[in-house]
Ligand binder design. Sequence first.
Ligand code: VGL
Ligand code: ZN
Length: 215
Amino acid sequence: MQVKITERDLLLIVDVQNDFCSSGALAVPHGDEVVSAINRLSRLFQHVVLTQDWHPRGHLSFASSHPGAEAFQVVDVAYGRQTLWPDHCVQQSYGAEFHPALETAKAELILRKGFRMEIDSYSAFRENDGAARTGFAGYLREREIERVFLAGLAYDYCVRFSAVDARSEGFSAVVIEDACRGIGLEGPAENGSMEETRREFAERGVSHIQAEWIG
Ligand code: VGL
Ligand code: ZN
């Protein structure tokens, strides 16, 4: 299969940062493996945007901010359920920098998210309270983008939420599956986060392709 890229398409590269790569604070298994595929893809798109997870020290999503809590535990916060993570992507730390081999020059925008102390933000569009907006939907509309292709980390968190929100905002969303890697946490029910993600993509009309279909 072949997908033709036009000027109405944009590649959203999600959180390819040191902390999500090998030996990072919240390492996604095989996270580094996405870098070369993503570099090739960036050259094939006219429009490229990077997201950067960008937390203040002491962020609400850090287990260390909740006495007695442990990483990967789910807790109730003001806006609902929130998974707690090891401290990661702290503003201006090495872990928050993009992977050193990621080609970033092409990016027209670097969208930072998760910078509010009291709200986490997986999605490039909307913070985890479901209300606070990042302005990215407006940006895409003003740039006359119709279809958002997604690649990066983590498939079952930031890629997932961004893809689903892209659909809710009226854009087509296409996840480039082999250019993503997931965290894969156990879910509350029988399904883990990877399975849940695939199910939600199907339900919400997020399509998925392989990197080699482009180019
Ligand atoms: C992410 C957990 C916490 C992600 C960011 O990029 O998927 N996951 N912060
Ligand atoms: Zn984060």
